[in-house]
Design a protein around this ligand. Structure first.
Ligand SMILES: [Zn+2]
Length: 309
């Protein structure tokens, strides 16, 4: 054989040998960066993950972009938060993607809320007519690490269903995530344990799962109802109650106007704290672990600074 021919043969052999390794990764699209972070933990190099909403955006109200439709069109799996969190923007995009795999109810559609622990489920008849954007229970459930574990387990099962040959890989990645999460949870709980029962006000009802796990007492909200902007009468009542109970901290999501929280802080002597409800809320917050590290550290520093109890 000529030298060039030998090279081509050698390359062909190398490619053929390499071929079984180079299996196509599953293309996963998630509605939020939190879900993407968890899919990355479980899916490793067998998935390519992209989130639609950015972590610094209000996940209830995301401006739909044409690129979202292209991403959905090419996806093998779509993972959503559910409980109507994305109802204001995602459903038409799923339809317009014309991708049968990721339509609601298809094999490539995973509603992570179905196996999560959901708080604030309304009793009796509830509609969105009153403007409440949480009619199916609280959709910010990923802010409890116990739910991070439940989401990861649902992702493991779904990825396994879509790629049977990788079952062991996903199972071992999940087990490793679970182990690291258990360790981290103990660390976060220990950091906040001295302040159990701490009274706080939050802007939106983003934090019931976080508060439940870490022992905060959320005594009021800047919004009169989830999704309804602050009103003067509600703000006055809230300030009275904060003064009465000695509340020192107002937790605000990064996408809300600070005007009302700042006014409340001036009137009551409380401190405004911009807490991140999502991975990607700041550029250094890249993993599910980073998110809790960031929020727990911020909270502990603020408690120490204000002497809040
Ligand atoms: Zn909400």
């Amino acid at each position: 054989m000529k030298k060039a021919t030998r090279l081509v043969v050698a390359l062909a052999v190398a490619l053929a040998v390499g071929a079984p390794e180079a299996r196509a990764a599953l293309r996963v699209v998630t509605s939020t960066e939190d879900l993407a972070a968890i899919v990355r933990e479980v899916g490793g190099d067998r998935v390519e993950v992209e989130a639609l909403a950015k972590g610094y955006q209000d996940p209830h109200f995301v401006e739909a972009k044409p690129s979202f439709i292209l991403k959905l069109h090419a996806a093998d799996l779509l993972v959503v938060v559910g409980r109507e969190l994305e109802i204001g923007w995602l459903p038409p995009l799923i339809t317009q993607s014309r991708n049968a795999k990721v339509q609601v109810g298809a094999d490539g559609y995973l509603d992570a809320s179905l196996t999560a622990r959901i708080l604030e489920i309304p009793t009796g008849q509830v509609t969105r007519a009153m403007g409440d954007v949480h009619p199916m229970g609280n959709p910010h459930y990923w802010l409890g690490p116990d739910n991070g574990r439940r989401i990861a387990a649902a992702v493991r099962d779904k990825l396994t269903q879509l790629s049977r040959g990788d079952a062991d890989y996903f199972a071992s990645r999940y087990a490793d995530f679970d182990r690291r999460l258990t360790e981290a949870e103990a660390r976060w709980k220990a950091a906040l344990a001295p302040y159990a029962g701490l009274k706080v006000v939050t802007y939106h009802r983003s934090w019931p799962n976080f508060a439940d796990v870490f022992g905060l007492d959320v005594m009021g909200y800047v919004e009169p109802k989830p999704g309804i902007p602050p009103s003067p009468s509600h703000t006055l009542e809230l300030m009275e109650e904060m003064k009465r109970q000695g509340v020192q901290l107002i937790l605000v999501e990064p996408y809300f106007d600070l005007k009302t929280p700042d006014a409340i802080a001036r009137e009551t002597g409380a401190k405004v704290l911009v807490m991140l409800p999502s991975v990607g809320g700041e550029k250094d917050v890249k993993t599910y672990f980073d998110l809790f590290d960031y929020d727990v550290n911020l909270l502990v520093s603020a408690i120490k600074e204000t002497g809040a109890r």
